[in-house]
Structure formats: structure tokens, C-alpha cells
Design a protein around this ligand. Structure first.
Ligand SMILES: *[C@@H]1O[C@H](CO)[C@@H](O)[C@H](O)[C@H]1NC(C)=O
Ligand SMILES: *[C@@H]1O[C@H](CO)[C@@H](O)[C@H](O)[C@H]1NC(C)=O
Ligand SMILES: *[C@@H]1O[C@H](CO)[C@@H](O)[C@H](O)[C@H]1NC(C)=O
Ligand SMILES: *[C@@H]1O[C@H](CO)[C@@H](O)[C@H](O)[C@H]1NC(C)=O
Ligand SMILES: *[C@@H]1O[C@H](CO)[C@@H](O)[C@H](O)[C@H]1NC(C)=O
Ligand SMILES: *[C@@H]1O[C@H](CO)[C@@H](O)[C@H](O)[C@H]1NC(C)=O
Length: 624
């Protein structure tokens, strides 16, 4: 479009255009600091830094890993954003380069849609292609049959397109049965595009949990699948396990036969070794190791003992061992559900939408409970119910992700944690000291359950559950979160539906999850949010980096900073960095996490799916 310009002007034009995009995109639109206060060194192997020494000598650390993680994240994101296709021919070429085939029919209209709506990530749809890959092995007729058959399985609704009209139906429970909120949400998301679709069925998972776990052998022997389908549809398939099997047993069968998960004679017999390994996971040496990503690709096939740490392996809902095309809001590693945006993100509700005014039914740019940064506390805040798994098998709730987290933050003991902090504040002279976890929890962690769920599943019952965990009877509103700088986002029975509202707030989000969602190619950990490991052990050091040493940390270190006034003890540099993450998250939500961005994702997904459902897939290609 700028052919007439001489070379150097063209370059300048490009730079300006890119800058404008960055200002609008998921980077906060403020002035960038020209110089980082931290040297941009390569990441030092963190274990060599951890001063787990018994003496009270104070090793000093020059390079903190967090600045490097943040610099890398920003660079990755800028690079990805700037290389997005600018024209339809570019986008087609990029599609072919990535996936080795033509884009699906309708791609030109999709391109027009994303251009009309200022969608910024126009090439990053690897998640769709990855989720669709197994279905290329099934022909179109078979896929259509499986899609409509899936409507007879429990907690799966169909969104049906007939004569360009989409409706949501619950086939299993009859014409008057209620249709799930997830199916209704999906229906809304495709409304704009229904006239472009052939007659087609979308099986929508009505639950938060992933559904599809296909045994490894089924890929080798398709006849097993056929036998299994007729068995499933004969009505013998119950919604829950009823003591016959469980998610972990089903998950193990998806693993390659050579992996440790398959070699275990039984996951329960192995529980004594597993428990010992579990305590290793939460061991002290994770206190100064920072996650680069959240854990969605973690291989439980390679690390079977780790499944005890995640409630989703104990869900009561029976998984489906056949490759049905089931559309779900999130998937954990090993699952073959097809990801779609969560209806919690797409809908506008009091409980899940930032800035939603439930009285006037309108969206406000600033939530009425929002708090200025300077008035937010430096506390790490989380509230939720004691959910996060099921009871198949029973008795393992103590190790589920939420229970572990709340218990860690409820620890009032004198057990020491190693805390690394800048001394003096805002310097790059980092020292390590031992601080009792009880003091740290009191000073920085505001973490509590607000509701008892499934207490029978906790060893010792409700009494033990209440004794071991902090409970806050006050309940919580979404807006109560905004009083704090740090918000933790943790999986429940499935992915966390609060993530988008947390991002959009002026607070910074720390997220731990075992799930992968549709937006994974669009967002950047350490730029838009802080990824948290599944052990959470590094959380105290994340806080120490951004917010500085707490009084008990200064005291433990006998720091010279104790002589400073409280205001001067606070690290302005760290606080600025934290605020930058909070702002970048907000900006991301407003530029890439909009409803129309979800529609762009869905639109492209349904074009791919329509091609897969066709008898003649080649006829459903788009070529220029
Ligand atoms: C689509 O189908 C529903 C249910 O059959 C019907 O109520 C609705 O009027 C139809 N819409 C259009 C645009 O045909
Ligand atoms: C499936 O086929 C394999 C070999 O092709 C055979 O050994 C096996 O018995 C068959 N299983 C069923 C359930 O038909
Ligand atoms: C697991 O830990 C317990 C106590 O800590 C110990 O007695 C037992 O031998 C350990 N088991 C294995 C297999 O290491
Ligand atoms: C997970 O694996 C997929 C496919 O290998 C990859 O595209 C994706 O980036 C990975 N995600 C993370 C968070 O590592
Ligand atoms: C914690 O560390 C301090 C030194 O900072 C030490 O004096 C104390 O004994 C340790 N406490 C425990 C329970 O290990
Ligand atoms: C703490 O540091 C001060 C000087 O900075 C020193 O006089 C004092 O002895 C130290 N106290 C301990 C317990 O190490």
C-alpha cells in the first residue's frame, strides 16, 4: 500500500505503524522507561543462587531472574504482534506455511471480519489446528455421525445449524429439557456467522471439566473405537464413575505404553511412594524457582505421582473414551476436547464481568469498586470454595490445588522460608534470609475459603478441614478483589472463569493452572500476568521482588533498611514493575480479550470444523 514511498520513508512508516499498534495493543499505553534498572543478563541457573545454607552467612545475589523473565516476555510479545499478517494474501501464505494446507472456505470473509473489528492477533490460531488435528483421520460422514451421536451422551448439548439457523438442543433429556449455559453461550457466539454454515452439529460440553480421553491403543486399532461407540450409545454409559474407574485410570490409558504412568501396576498401590514424591514437589528448593509458563503442558504420563496434586484427576464425572468432537472451555494435557472461549468470558454477569453494572445492565470502563493503585494493599488475595476435585476415589482432597494453596497460606508455624530481597530497597544487591512462614502469611497473604464443599472428602472430615484452612465467613464479591495489588487465580473443578475479569482490573494477576485455553497464543506470561507454579512455593519471593521485604524479613536479616522510614523501605522500582503488569493485563483484555476477539476465534474455528465435516474436504478449501 505504500509502494510509492522511497525505501527509508517506507521503513519509517512501518516503525510508526508498529508503534501505533503497540500503543493500542496489550502493552499499557504509557511512556516506556528508556533504561532498565536491572542488567539484562542471561538467566542464571536459579538453583545455584539459592542460598540454602545453614550458617547465617549472607550470600549476595546479583541477578534476580524476574527482570529477565519480564524483558524476554515483552520482547516475545512485541515480536509476535509486529509480524502478524497485514493483508489477506499474507495471511493465506502464513496459514500455508504453518499448517501445510490451504485455509478453509470462507477465509476471505473471516479476514474481512477481523479487519473490520481491529482484531490484532490474526495469525495465532495454532490452538484450533492442534485441537482439530485428530479429526483429519476420520472422514466427514463419520465425523458428522459422531457429532450428532454425542448429543445422546450425558451433559452434552448440541448446537445445531439447519437451513442457516442455529439452535441449542438437549437431545438426551428431551425437547423440553433445559439447555446448558455453555451451549447458550456458544449459540450467541456463532449467531453472526450461522448463515455461512452448512447443516452441522456442534456438541457442547455442559460442564467445566474436560471430557475426552482416548486410550492410546484406540489410535492403533480403530475397530476398538467402533465397539466402544456402540457400547456408549447403548445407554450403558453412566454420567459418573460409580466406583468403576476414575479420571486418572482413564488418563493413564492415553499415555504411550513406554511411559511411567503406564508402567505403574495401579495408581493406588503406588500411593506411598507417590506421597513421598509429592512432598518433594512442595519441598524447599522450589522457593526461588519461577515458572516461565503456567503448567498446561505438564506431562502426567512422565510424572504420574504429580496427579495427586490436581483435583481434576479425582472428578466424579466419567470421561469419554472415544474421539467425539466435543467443544469445551479448557483442556488439560492428554484431553482431546476442542477449545472454545468460556461463556463466563463472553457473557456479562455480576459475578464474572469487570465493570458490569447489574442495575442498569451496562458495561462501565471502570468497575464501581475499583481502587486507585496507591490505595490498594500489598496483600496477595484469594477467596473461593473448597471445591477443586471430586471423590473418585475418595479421601485425597488434602492434596487438591486449592486445599494445598489455602493450607500453605494458613500456616502459622515457625518453619522458615528463604526470602530473597533487595537490600537496600530498589538496589540490585539481593540478599537471602530465613523468615518464619507464619509471619509472612500474616503480613502478605489474605487467602481463605469462603464456603465448605465436599468436606466428607477431606481426611478427618469437616473438623479437620476447618482446622487446617483459614475460612472467611464474610463471603466475597468480585469487586472486593480490587482492593489488593495481587490477585491469585486458581483452578476449581475446571479452569477459572474469573481470569478475564481479574486481568481487566487494575490489579496484577498471578495464575496457576493445569488447563490450556483458546487464548494461549495471544497472551504472554510475565507481561500480562505472573505465572505461578503448581507448588506455589515461589509466591513469597515474587512478593519480595515486587513489594520488598516485609518487617519480619528485615528483622530476620537485621537489615540496615530497618533504620529507614517505612516509606523508604518500599521498593519503588518493584512496585512500578508490578503496576506495569497490572496495566498490561488490563490493556490486553481491552484489545485482545474483547467479545469480538472471541468471535473471531470462533468464526475461524467453525470454518475449520465445517470443512472437516464435509464429504469432500478439498472442495471446502479457500484459494486466492
Ligand atoms: C430458527 O429456529 C427456531 C427454532 O426452530 C425458530 O424459533 C426461529 O424463528 C428460527 N429463526 C430463523 C431466523 O429462521
Ligand atoms: C481389533 O483388531 C485387532 C487386530 O486388527 C484384533 O486383534 C482385535 O481382536 C480386534 N478387536 C475387536 C474388539 O474387534
Ligand atoms: C515414604 O516416607 C515415609 C516417612 O517419611 C518413609 O517411612 C517411607 O519409607 C517412604 N517410602 C518410600 C517408598 O520412600
Ligand atoms: C503446549 O504445547 C503446544 C503444542 O506442543 C504448544 O503449541 C504450546 O505453545 C505449549 N504451551 C505452553 C504453555 O507451553
Ligand atoms: C529460622 O531461621 C533463623 C535464622 O534466621 C534461625 O535462628 C531459626 O532457628 C530458624 N528456625 C527454624 C524453625 O528452623
Ligand atoms: C544488627 O545490626 C547492627 C548494626 O547494623 C549491629 O549493631 C547488631 O549487633 C546486629 N544485631 C544482630 C542480632 O546481629
Amino acid at each position: 500500500m505504500y509502494e510509492g514511498l522511497p525505501g527509508h520513508k517506507r521503513g519509517l512508516f512501518f516503525v510508526v505503524a508498529v508503534c501505533v499498534i503497540f500503543m493500542q495493543a496489550g502493552l499499557w499505553a504509557g511512556r516506556r522507561e528508556t533504561r532498565d534498572n536491572f542488567p539484562d543478563n542471561t538467566l542464571v541457573k536459579t538453583s545455584s543462587l539459592i542460598p540454602f545454607v545453614k550458617s547465617d552467612a549472607r550470600p549476595s545475589i546479583k541477578d534476580h531472574p524476574i527482570p529477565k523473565l519480564m524483558v524476554d516476555a515483552e520482547r516475545n510479545f512485541r515480536e509476535r504482534l509486529s509480524r502478524q499478517s497485514k493483508t489477506l494474501p499474507d495471511a493465506v501464505a502464513e496459514y500455508k506455511r504453518r499448517y501445510g494446507r490451504n485455509p478453509p472456505r470462507g477465509f476471505d470473509r473471516w479476514w474481512q471480519f477481523v479487519k473490520d473489528n481491529d482484531v490484532l492477533m490474526v495469525d495465532e490460531y495454532d490452538a484450533i489446528v492442534e485441537d482439530m488435528t485428530p479429526f483429519w483421520d476420520i472422514d466427514g460422514r463419520e465425523l458428522r455421525e459422531r457429532a450428532s451421536a454425542a448429543g445422546h451422551l450425558p451433559s452434552i448439548d448440541l448446537v445445531r445449524v439447519r437451513d442457516s439457523n442455529a439452535t441449542a438442543v438437549n437431545i438426551r433429556d428431551g425437547p423440553h429439557a433445559e439447555v446448558s449455559a455453555r451451549a447458550r453461550g456458544f449459540l450467541q457466539m456463532i449467531e453472526k456467522f450461522q448463515d455461512q454454515l452448512p447443516d452441522i452439529d456442534f456438541p457442547i460440553n455442559a460442564m467445566a471439566e474436560g471430557r475426552i480421553l482416548v486410550p492410546w491403543e484406540y489410535r492403533r486399532y480403530p475397530n476398538l473405537t467402533e465397539a466402544s461407540i456402540s457400547n456408549l450409545l447403548s445407554g450403558a454409559f453412566t454420567p459418573d464413575w460409580r466406583g468403576e474407574g476414575n479420571v486418572w485410570e482413564a488418563y493413564r490409558r492415553t499415555c504411550d505404553p513406554s511411559t511411567p504412568a503406564r508402567r505403574l501396576f495401579s495408581s493406588f498401590r503406588a500411593s506411598s511412594t507417590s506421597q513421598n514424591r509429592t512432598s518433594q514437589l512442595t519441598a524447599r528448593n522450589h522457593e526461588f524457582v519461577f515458572a516461565r509458563y503456567t503448567n498446561g503442558n505438564y506431562s502426567f504420563c512422565q510424572n504420574p505421582w504429580a496427579h495427586y496434586n490436581q483435583g481434576h484427576f479425582f472428578s466424579d464425572w466419567r470421561t469419554i473414551p472415544v474421539l467425539f468432537p466435543v467443544f469445551s472451555p479448557a483442556k488439560a494435557s492428554g484431553f482431546q476436547d476442542i477449545r472454545i472461549p468460556s461463556h463466563y468470558y463472553y457473557a456479562q454477569t455480576r459475578r464474572y464481568t469487570y465493570g458490569w453494572d447489574p442495575v442498569n445492565l451496562e458495561l462501565k470502563p471502570v468497575d464501581h469498586m475499583e481502587t486507585p493503585w496507591e490505595q490498594k494493599t500489598d496483600m496477595v488475595f484469594w477467596r473461593g470454595a473448597s471445591t477443586g476435585g471430586g471423590s473418585s476415589p475418595p479421601g485425597f482432597a488434602a492434596q487438591y490445588q486449592r486445599h494445598r494453596f489455602v493450607r500453605m497460606a494458613s500456616d502459622e508455624s515457625w518453619t522458615n522460608r528463604t526470602i530473597v530481597f533487595a537490600d537496600p530497597p530498589s538496589s540490585t544487591n539481593y540478599i537471602a534470609t530465613q523468615v518464619p512462614i507464619g509471619s509472612l502469611n500474616e503480613e502478605i497473604m489474605d487467602i481463605a475459603f469462603v464456603k465448605v464443599v465436599d468436606s466428607f472428602n477431606y481426611p478427618g472430615g469437616i473438623g479437620a478441614l476447618i482446622r487446617d484452612h483459614r475460612f472467611d465467613d464474610g463471603g466475597v464479591n468480585l469487586g472486593d478483589h480490587w482492593k489488593h495489588k495481587y490477585l491469585v487465580d486458581i483452578d476449581g473443578m475446571g479452569y477459572s472463569g474469573r481470569f478475564f475479569s481479574f486481568l481487566e482490573s487494575d490489579s496484577a494477576v498471578m495464575k496457576a493452572t493445569v488447563y490450556r485455553e483458546f487464548f494461549e497464543g495471544w497472551i504472554e506470561p510475565w507481561l500480562h500476568y505472573i505465572p505461578l507454579s503448581s507448588s506455589y512455593q515461589e509466591i513469597f519471593n515474587i512478593h519480595a521482588f515486587f513489594s520488598g521485604a516485609t518487617p519480619s524479613t528485615l528483622k530476620a536479616a537485621n537489615s540496615t533498611a530497618l533504620g529507614l522510614s517505612p516509606a523508604k523501605r518500599r521498593p519503588l522500582d518493584g512496585d512500578r514493575r508490578l503496576r506495569r503488569i497490572a496495566r498490561a493485563g488490563k490493556q490486553w483484555k481491552r484489545t485482545m480479550g474483547r467479545r469480538v476477539d472471541m468471535e473471531a476465534y470462533i468464526y475461524r474455528l467453525i470454518l475449520e470444523y465445517a470443512r472437516l465435516c464435509s464429504d469432500d474436504r478439498d472442495s471446502m478449501n479457500f484459494t486466492l
